[in-house]
Design a protein around this ligand. Structure first.
Ligand SMILES: Cc1ncc(COP(=O)(O)O)c(C=O)c1O
Length: 378
C-alpha cells in the first residue's frame, strides 16, 4: 500500500505574492490615504485586467457574486433566465436575487457547459436571457449561444468565474456575450482575496455596472437606480496588483502539473480527463477527471474517500447539482429526468489538487494512488 502523505494535500492553495511586494503596494495606499471608491490601486488594477484579459471594458467588484447580480439587473434579465445546474450556487442565486426565475437546462456531455440544442427548446415568451457558465474554465459553445440569443432577442451573460485567461483562437473569453463575470476569490488562479469583475464591449454598459455597484449614485445629489455596494476597495486592488505579477509563473507551473497528470493518468480504464478543445488556451483553474463506476471498477465517491485516506483532499466539484438544493428543487426545470447528462456527470467528477507549488513527486504519487485504488477495486 502506498504511504499516505504526511500533510494534507489540498485541492488548491492561494497564490501569494511576497510580503515585501504586497507591503510596497500597501505603502502606496497609506501614502495616498485613500481606502475605497475608485482609488489609484483600483484604477491601476482595472487597466491591468483589461490588458490581461484583452477586453475593452472592465468594472471591478468586491466579489463575483455581486458582479453577476449587477450584470443580471443592469441588462434587464427578468422573468425567466436559462442557466446550468452544473455550477456553483452563486450562478442561479444571482438570477433569483434579481427577482427572476432560473430555468435549468442540461449540459453537453463533453464540455459540461450548457447544451445549446437544449437551450433553444426551453425558450418561451417569459425567457429574457441566458446565463451560461464556462465551467472549470472550459468555454461554452459561444457561437451557438450567441446565435440563439440573437435569434430570440435574449441577453447573454457568461459566468466566467473559472476562466481568467481562457482564450478561444486567441480571443479573450471576456469578449463574448453581453457581459462576463470573473471571480477573484482566493481560490482562483488570479485573486484579490475576495473580488470580481464584469467585462463587456461597450463603455455605456460598463457605466451602468459602475453606477449599480455604487448604490446607483449618479452624482452628489442624484441616485438613478436601485444600486448596491459592490465596490472593490484599495486593499483588495493592491493585493490584486501584487498577485497579478505572480500569474505568469503560476500559470507555467500549473500547465506543467496538468501535463504531468495527463501523462500519468492517460489510458487508465474508466477515467476521462478534462477535455482539451482545439484552439482553446486553458485558464488552468482546475484539473477535473470523470470516473465511470463500471469501467473504472468503483465509484467517484469511493475514489474520493480513498484519496482522503491517503491525505489527498480532492473535491467533488460541482456536487450536488444546483437543482438538488432545497431552494431550487421544486422548480419544474429541476426534475432530474430533464437533466440526464448533468445528473450522470455530477456523480462522476472529481477535482484533483492543482496549485503552482504542488511538486511533481506529489502529482506522481496521486497518480499511483488512483492506480492502487483501481487495482484494489477490481
Ligand atoms: C462558477 C462560479 N460562479 C460564481 C462564483 C462566485 O464568485 P465569488 O466567490 O467571487 O462571489 C463562484 C465562486 O467561486 C463560482 O465558482
Amino acid at each position: 500500500m502506498i504511504k499516505p502523505f504526511d500533510e494534507p494535500i489540498y485541492m488548491t492553495r492561494p497564490v501569494l505574492p511576497t510580503l515585501e511586494a504586497f507591503n510596497a503596494r500597501l505603502a502606496e495606499v497609506w501614502s495616498a490615504r485613500w481606502l475605497t471608491n475608485a482609488g489609484e490601486q483600483h484604477e491601476r488594477l482595472g487597466r491591468a485586467i483589461c490588458d490581461y484579459l484583452d477586453v475593452p471594458e472592465v468594472s471591478l467588484f468586491n466579489n463575483g457574486t455581486i458582479a453577476l447580480l449587477a450584470a443580471v439587473r443592469a441588462l434587464g434579465m427578468r422573468g425567466e433566465v436559462i442557466t446550468t445546474p452544473f455550477t456553483f450556487p452563486a450562478t442561479p442565486h444571482a438570477i433569483s436575487w434579481s427577482g427572476a426565475t432560473p430555468v435549468f437546462c442540461d449540459i453537453d456531455p463533453v464540455t459540461m457547459t450548457l447544451d445549446p440544442a437544449r437551450v433553444e427548446a426551453l425558450i418561451t415568451p417569459k425567457v429574457t436571457g441566458i446565463l451560461a457558465v464556462h465551467v472549470y474554465g472550459i468555454p461554452c459553445d459561444v457561437v451557438a449561444l450567441q446565435s440563439i440569443a440573437d435569434r430570440h432577442g435574449l441577453r447573454l451573460v457568461y459566468d466566467a468565474a473559472h476562466a481568467f485567461g481562457t482564450r478561444i483562437n486567441g480571443v479573450g473569453i471576456g469578449n463574448f456575450g453581453d457581459a462576463s463575470m470573473f471571480s477573484f476569490h482566493a481560490t482562483k488562479l488570479f485573486h484579490s482575496a475576495e473580488g470580481g469583475a464584469l467585462t463587456c464591449g461597450s463603455a455605456a454598459v460598463r457605466e451602468t455596472f459602475d453606477h449599480l455597484k455604487n448604490f446607483g449614485i449618479l452624482n452628489q445629489e442624484e441616485v438613478g437606480v436601485v444600486g448596491i455596494n459592490g465596490k472593490m476597495n484599495e486593499l483588495q486592488a493592491a493585493l490584486g496588483l501584487a498577485v497579478l505579477d505572480c500569474v505568469p509563473d503560476e500559470l507555467r507551473c500549473r500547465e506543467a502539473i496538468i501535463g504531468r497528470y495527463r501523462e500519468r493518468l492517460a489510458g487508465m480504464a474508466g477515467l476521462t480527463l478534462m477535455p482539451e478543445l482545439p484552439g482553446v488556451q486553458s485558464s488552468c483553474q482546475y484539473f477535473v477527471v470523470r470516473i465511470d463506476r463500471e469501467a473504472f471498477g468503483c465509484s467517484r465517491d469511493v475514489v474520493f474517500d480513498r484519496l482522503k485516506a491517503y491525505n489527498v483532499l480532492a473535491r467533488k466539484y460541482f456536487y450536488p447539482l444546483c437543482t438538488d438544493y432545497a431552494c431550487y428543487r421544486e422548480l419544474p426545470s429541476s426534475a432530474p429526468g430533464l437533466l440526464p447528462v448533468a445528473t450522470e456527470i455530477v456523480g462522476q467528477v472529481l477535482c484533483l489538487p492543482l496549485y503552482g507549488t504542488l511538486p511533481f513527486t506529489a502529482v506522481d504519487a496521486i497518480g499511483d494512488m488512483i492506480g492502487e485504488i483501481q487495482e484494489q477495486a477490481c
